[in-house]
Every structure is written in C-alpha cells, then in structure tokens.
Write a protein that binds this ligand. Structure first.
Ligand SMILES: [Zn+2]
Length: 388
C-alpha cells in the first residue's frame, strides 16, 4: 500500500517542487517561499490512506494560501484516476466555490469537474459544464471533444453533428468522416422505422460530406434493395470497391443476391473476375466457385478454387474446397474428408473476421465505431490466410 501511495504521490511531490521552484525564481529578490506546515500534515494523511482528512487539511490550506490551486487540481485528477470520483467531485466543487479564484483556474476546475461527472456517468451535469466551457478561449477544444463523447454515448447524432462542425473549425482537424458516420446513424434510425425517404436524405448528406464513406454506399444499397430497385443497389455496392477495396468482402454476398433477383448472375461473374485480378479475396473466389458449380458442375468449381487458393492461400478457401471434395467422394474417404472439413471449421469458428487497425480490437462484427478505442472507420475485414 505504501509503495502504491508513494507512486501516487510522486507526481504530486514533483509538481510541488516544480511550482515552488518556479515561484522562487519569480520572486528571486523577495522573501523565499515558505511551505505551510499543514502541507506535511496533509501529505501525511494521504500516505496513511486517510484521504478525507487530507482533503480537509488541503481545503483549509486553500483558504489561507492561494498558491495551492495547482496542487488541488492535481490531487483531484489523481482521485479521479484512482476511481475515487466522489472525492474528486468534492475537491473540484470546493475549488470552484472560492470567490477569489482566478478565471483561468476556475475554468480548469470546471473542466476537471465535468470529467469527474463523465467518469461517474452523470452525463447531463457533465454536458452542462462543457457547454458552458465551449465558448472559453482556453478550454473550448477540450470541452467540445468531451461534448462529442457525451453525445456519441447518448446517440444524440444531431447534437454530435453540430459539435463536430464546431470542433472542425476550432481544432483544424478533419471531422468530415465522423460527421458522415453520424448521418449514417440517423439514416439507420429512419431505415428501422421504415421511413426510407428520410433515411435517403441522411445518406445524401453523409455522401456530400464524405464521398469515400463506405457505410453510406452500403446503406443506400440496402434501402434500394428493400425497395426492389436492384440496379440502383448494384451500382451502390460497386461504389464500395472504388471507395475502399478492403470492404469488398462486405459487398459480395448482397451483390450475388441482387444479381440473382434480376436473373443476371452471369454479369456479376464478369465483374467479380475483374475484381479478382486486383483483389484476390476469398469471398470473391467462393462466389465465383458457387456460380461455376451451379452452371458447370463440381469439377469446374474445384479446378477454379484449387487454382486460386494456390495464388492466395486461405483457410476458408480450403474448407470450401474440401466441402466440394466431400460431395464427390464415397465411403471411408468421404468420412475422413468430412472430419477434415469439421476440423477446419472449428479452427475458423474461433477466429475474428474484423480488426481495428488503431487498437487491435478484433471480433466477428463490423463496428463502424470501434468499441475499444472509440475511433470511427478503423475496424476493417481481416484479409489473408485466416481472413474473409
Ligand atoms: Zn480500436
């Protein structure tokens, strides 16, 4: 416990040292800065795991010595990081209640209090604090970022769009791809309600702000499919290849369904064979294999898939191939091949098919917002040997 506490107090001590060092320099000719004896009393309480007593001492100290504001801010942040949010809130509220507090410190303490509420999950209080700070000269960028987090958490996409637009101006960082995702979220809400017209309006806005938004193309294609407009759907799915070919595996199965619906599967195969030249993905190989099997029989499918997975090794390809062999063998061989197929399937069933290129989070669902690092557009299909 002592070791843990001394680790906790190291930054406090370092900051004290730095603050006092700085002030001493500033007041070189003046009287040397003297540590108030209560400091040691407060530190002692902290070391002995009596944080409430320590806080009482520091709060009283604040009344007699305004130089302790930095120390308070630091302590509050440490409490929050240790998960002692109640203490952090009390400490920051004490600071803000001080009538003599300089404006810049008041804003810092308010921001810290907002973060306390955020951590405690009291989002409405955090929101009102960051809204107040959003016009501050120093705290505006941070506050807008926290507001964005809150609105994302609350799935309040209209508010998130407004804040992201402001943040783009303040921070000079690209926000268009996030705003497009917020419009996609709004489109999905309308799609679920069955209001396709409203959904399409949101999709159009997403496309206008980010013409590379894969998700917007997919939603537009899904809406067109639901309305029976298969040619439009096909056009939208094909746009994904130009926007980001990493997502090709996402559009192959729905493309197959669309072409089947209009009885033009032969046209799809021409398109897929063209894709395959530049992007040797197993999802494309299997789609062509299925078509060949239907039109020309198992042997044609086997020849094609076997040739392709020599070029592009793939566990899913091998499993598919073994499946075709099972259908064409008998007796003992059939049984052994069946076992082999089950073995590969079991192996694959534990493997993720999507991964975040920011934090490495992996799973079987395509999240547009990474659930681990909360970045947009960073989760993508896994390619290669174990990929799709
Ligand atoms: Zn991530």
């Amino acid at each position: 416990v002592l070791l843990q506490l001394s680790f906790l107090l190291l930054p406090v001590a370092a900051t004290c040292g730095w603050l006092f060092g700085r002030r001493e320099k500033q007041a070189q000719q003046k009287k040397a800065y003297q540590l108030h004896p209560d400091y040691f009393k407060g530190l002692n309480y902290l070391i002995n795991e009596q944080p409430d007593k320590a806080m009482d001492v520091f709060t009283k100290l604040l009344e007699v010595d305004s130089n302790t504001v930095d120390m308070h801010l630091l302590l509050g942040n440490l409490f929050r990081r240790r998960g002692e949010v109640d203490r952090a809130i009390r400490l920051h509220q004490n600071l803000i209640a001080r009538s003599q507090l300089a404006h810049v410190y008041r804003e810092q303490a308010l921001s810290a209090l907002g973060q306390d509420y955020l951590k405690a999950g009291v989002l409405d209080r955090a929101e009102s604090i960051f809204l107040e700070l959003a016009n501050s000269k120093i705290q505006n960028k941070n506050s807008l970022q926290f507001l964005l987090r809150i609105y994302q958490q609350e799935k309040d996409w209209h508010k998130a769009i407004k804040i992201a637009e402001k943040l783009a101006v303040v921070s000079n960082e690209p926000m268009h791809y996030m705003i497009a995702q917020y419009y996609c979220e709004l489109a999905l809400e309308q799609q679920v309600r069955g209001d396709f017209k409203a959904a399409l309006e949101h999709v159009s806005k997403a496309e206008a702000i980010d013409h590379r938004c894969v998700r917007a193309s997919i939603i537009r294609a899904e809406l067109a499919t639901e309305m029976g407009e298969y040619h439009d759907a096909i056009r939208c799915y094909k746009a994904v290849k130009l926007q980001d070919p990493d997502f090709l595996s996402e559009i192959v199965p729905p493309l197959v369904r669309c072409y089947q619906a209009i009885n033009e599967e032969h046209k799809l195969i021409v398109y897929l064979q063209d894709c395959l030249q530049a992007f040797p993905r197993i999802s494309i190989i299997i789609a062509i294999g299925n078509y060949l099997q239907k039109i020309k029989g198992d042997k044609a499918a086997i020849n094609f898939v076997a040739h392709e997975i020599q070029r592009q090794p793939s566990l899913r390809g091998i499993s598919y191939l073994v499946g075709l062999y099972v259908a064409n063998s008998y007796g003992d061989t059939k049984q052994k091949l069946h076992m082999l197929k089950n073995f590969i399937e079991t192996l694959l069933s534990d493997k993720p098919i999507y991964q975040c290129n920011q934090c490495g989070f992996a799973g079987k669902t395509l999240f547009w917002l990474c659930p681990s690092c909360h970045s947009w557009n960073t989760v993508k299909p896994i390619l290669g040997l174990e990929g799709i």
